[in-house]
Design a binder for this molecule. Structure first.
Ligand code: CP
Ligand code: NVA
Length: 305
């Protein structure tokens, strides 16, 4: 059956657990310089309507390492930028490649593409979600501290695509998210497509959100697509900077994460992101390993090797 990964909850808890275990195996093999080419002759199309460093690199390198190849497309150089309907693009592109990754604006665009695709479609970031990043973040947490079930994640800052995806992941994998945003930037449960809110609590004061947390995380105050609001956001978010005081009220062994790119001195201090509790480089690297596991799963299903 054709499977897409458009939102975190498109896969079940058992499937996510499989992917974390599979990513561990694939990463260990990669670190031993073992060749592993299950996707020989398979092609990934990567469609970017927004900028990227990590997502492009990890998908392109990942597909190459699995024996396949990747093609980079962007809005500027394709007919998508000249108004070709996304449904037509889905029909055509999916007849020529085996799997597609899209980074775009509204979630609706990727949903419409996928509805017309013959092959699996992966969300490489939309305005609403960033599921591949949360896959990497949770895998990183597991590597550092073990299972995330029952743990508490403190989300500080904007209720953006990362925040929404953390909230979905908490429902799927049974952990808690404490969210603190400035007034006017609160979580919209409908936009986050939450089917339950049992795992989510909001706090006016970011210090209260961090108290007792196992993982503290944040993201840029102005996401791609919201650049016109940058000046007013800088003022509104000034008290939502993750600093040493916030890390101090979290658990003593709390981990700090940030999907990157980061703005030191805005959403996080240099002391925290470059400090001993930060896992940001492992987090970035793990995009490669979890996405290799994801592409393998979407194309081949569960494998034993
Ligand atoms: N974290 C992340 O998705 O980074 P890029 O925007 O560089 O792809
Ligand atoms: N929330 C950020 C994430 C970048 C990886 C954005 O959407 O721009």
């Amino acid at each position: 059956m054709l499977k897409h990964f458009l939102q975190f909850k498109d896969l079940t808890r058992a499937e996510h657990d499989y992917l974390f275990e599979r990513a561990r195996v694939i990463k260990a093999r990669f670190k031993r310089y073992e060749t592993y080419h299950p996707l020989v002759d398979r092609t990934l199309a990567m469609i970017f309507e927004k900028s990227s460093t990590r997502t492009r690199l990890s998908f392109e390198a990942g597909m190459h390492q699995l024996g396949g190849s990747a093609i980079y497309l962007n809005t500027r150089d394709t007919q998508l930028g000249r108004g070709e309907p996304v449904e037509d693009a889905g029909e055509v592109i999916s007849r020529m490649v085996d799997i597609v990754m899209i980074r775009t604006f509204e979630q609706d665009i990727i949903e419409r593409f996928a509805a017309h695709s013959r092959v699996p479609v992966i969300n490489g970031l939309t305005n609403e979600y960033h599921p591949c990043q949360i896959l990497a973040d949770i895998f990183t947490y597991i590597e550092h501290r073990g299972s995330i079930q029952g743990r508490t994640v403190a989300w500080i800052g904007d209720s953006n695509n990362m925040c929404n995806t953390w909230l979905q992941a908490a429902e799927v994998l049974d952990f808690n998210v404490h969210v603190s945003t400035p007034p006017g930037y609160e979580v919209e449960p409908e936009r986050a497509n939450l089917y339950g809110t049992d795992h989510f609590e909001s706090f006016a004061d970011p210090m209260d959100a961090c108290r007792g947390a196992d993982l503290v995380t944040t993201d840029v105050w102005t996401s791609m697509g919201w650049e016109a609001e940058n000046e007013e956001r800088l003022k509104a978010f000034a008290d939502w900077q993750v600093d040493a005081e916030m890390m101090k009220v979290a658990k003593a062994d709390a981990v700090f994460m940030h999907c990157l790119p980061a703005h030191r001195g805005e959403e996080v201090t240099g002391e925290v992101i470059d400090g001993p509790q930060s896992a940001v480089w492992d987090e970035a690297e793990n995009r490669l390993h979890v996405q290799k596991a994801l592409m393998e799963y979407l194309l081949l299903g569960r494998v034993e090797s």
